[in-house]
Design a protein around this ligand. Structure first.
Ligand code: DP6
Length: 368
C-alpha cells in the first residue's frame, strides 16, 4: 500500500526583511520580520508526500528531477514531524500505522514550483512550508499552525511565514532552543484587499550567492547589519504593524522601500560585497518614482485645494517596491487604478523585446 497527502503553499514577500542568523542550525534570526503572503494561485509550491512499507529510503523530486537529501534541513523537518506523528488508520484499505511505526517508514516527496527556483522569489519559503504541512497531514500531526511554523523555520527561515495567509510576523524570539521564534498572523488575507502586488521577473536564473551564504557573510563582516538588527528593525516592526492595522499605505510604502534599500545596503556592506539587484532592478525603482510624480501631477490638477493636496502628497509614495535576494522587482500599489498606471508605464519603459532580441535573451536576462 501507499498512503499520500498533497498540499499547496504560497510564497511570501518580506516587507521587513530577515537577514542574518544568530543560530545556523536551528535557523534563528538576528531580527524579526514581516511579510505578505501571496495568493496561492500565482506563486506557489505543490508537494505530494507518500509513505509505503516498500520504500527503502527517503527520496525527493523537485520539478521532476531527483535531488540529494544530504542536507540537514530536510532531515530536521522530517525528524520534528515524525516526533509528533500520531496513529493513522484507513479501515477501507486495511492500513493501520501506529505512532511508533513512523520511525521505520520512509517517505517519497514530489514537489513542484510554478515559478523560478532560487531566483530570489522565496521558493524555499513556499517549498518548506508546503513540505512540512503535507508531512503533518500524512502523519496526522495535531499541532497548531504556530508549532508547524517553527518546524518549517528549520527548513528555511522565511518558510515559517508561508503557513499563514495575509500579513505575517516572524518574532525573532530570545530563547536558545528557538521555541519562541515563531510566526504569527497579523491580519488575514481579506484585511487589505485593495493592495495589488506585481512581480516583474527580471531574471529567472539561480542566484549566484544563496541567501544562506549571503547572510552568513553579512553577519561576519557587516557593521551595518548590527546597527540594522539592533536599532532600526525593532522600531520598524512596530511602525509596520501599525501601518498594516490601519491600512495606511503611505507609511507602509515608505517603510517597505526603506527596508529593502537597507537590506541591499547591508549586502553591499558585506565583504566581499553581494550584488542582488541589477540595472533592470534599478530602472524599476526609477519607474516607481515616475509613477509617484504622475499621481502627484494628476492630483495637483485639481487646483481648488492646491496647498492641502501638496502637503498631503509630499513624501507619500503611491507605489512601493521591495527586492529579496535577487533582481526581481516586487511592486506594490494601493489599488488597481495605480497598478494599471504602473503597468502602462512599465510597458513604455520596458518595451516588449523584438524577435531578434528574444533569441539573445534565451540564455540571458529578460527586461520584464
Ligand atoms: C532576502 O529564508 O531563503 O528573502 O533561512 O538560509 O533558508 P535561509 O534563508 P531564506 O532567506 C530569505 C531572505 C530574504 C528576506 C526574507 O524573506 O525575509
Amino acid at each position: 500500500w501507499v498512503l499520500m497527502a498533497t498540499a499547496r503553499s504560497p510564497t511570501n514577500i518580506a516587507v521587513i526583511k530577515y537577514w542574518g542568523k544568530r543560530d545556523e542550525t536551528l535557523i534563528l534570526p538576528v531580527n524579526g520580520s514581516i511579510s505578505v503572503t501571496l495568493d496561492p494561485s500565482h506563486l506557489s509550491a505543490t508537494t505530494t508526500v507518500a509513505v509505503s512499507p516498500s520504500f527503502d529510503r527517503d527520496r525527493m523530486w523537485l520539478n521532476g528531477k531527483e535531488i540529494l537529501l544530504s542536507g540537514g534541513r530536510f532531515q530536521s523537518c522530517l525528524r520534528e514531524i515524525r516526533r509528533r506523528a500520531e496513529d493513522v488508520e484507513d479501515e477501507e484499505r486495511g492500513i493501520c500505522i501506529k505512532r511508533e511505526d513512523w520511525e521505520g517508514l520512509h517517505v517519497h516527496i514530489a514537489s513542484f514550483n510554478n515559478f523560478p527556483t532560487a531566483a530570489g522569489l522565496a521558493s524555499s519559503a513556499a517549498g518548506f512550508a508546503c513540505l512540512v504541512f503535507a508531512l503533518a497531514k500524512l502523519m496526522n500531526v495535531k499541532e497548531e499552525t504556530t508549532e508547524l511554523s517553527s518546524i518549517a523555520r528549520q527548513g528555511s527561515g522565511s518558510a515559517c511565514r508561508s503557513l499563514y495567509g495575509g500579513f505575517v510576523k516572524w518574532a525573532m524570539g530570545n530563547k536558545e532552543d528557538g521555541s519562541d521564534s515563531i510566526a504569527v498572523q497579523l491580519a488575514n488575507e481579506t484585511h487589505w484587499e485593495d493592495l495589488v502586488i506585481l512581480i516583474a521577473v527580471v531574471c529567472s536564473r539561480q542566484k549566484e550567492t544563496s541567501s544562506t551564504t549571503g547572510m552568513r557573510e553579512s553577519v561576519e563582516t557587516s557593521s551595518l547589519l548590527q546597527y540594522r538588527s539592533q536599532v532600526v528593525v525593532p522600531r520598524r516592526l512596530i511602525q509596520m504593524e501599525e501601518a498594516i492595522q490601519k491600512r495606511d499605505f503611505p507609511s507602509f510604502a515608505k517603510l517597505t522601500c526603506a527596508d529593502s534599500n537597507q537590506f541591499h545596503a547591508v549586502c553591499l556592506d558585506t565583504s566581499p560585497p553581494i550584488f542582488y539587484m541589477n540595472d533592470t532592478s534599478h530602472r524599476h525603482v526609477q519607474l516607481c518614482f515616475l509613477v509617484y510624480c504622475i499621481c502627484l501631477f494628476i492630483r495637483l490638477l485639481d487646483y481648488r485645494n492646491f496647498q492641502d493636496r501638496w502637503n498631503q502628497f509630499e513624501g507619500t509614495p503611491q507605489v512601493t517596491y521591495t527586492y529579496d535576494a535577487g533582481p526581481n522587482a516586487v511592486l506594490i500599489a494601493p489599488n488597481r487604478k495605480v497598478a494599471h498606471l504602473l503597468l502602462q508605464r512599465m510597458l513604455f519603459y520596458f518595451p516588449p523585446p523584438s524577435e531578434k532580441e528574444l533569441d539573445s535573451y534565451v540564455l540571458g536576462d529578460t527586461s520584464i
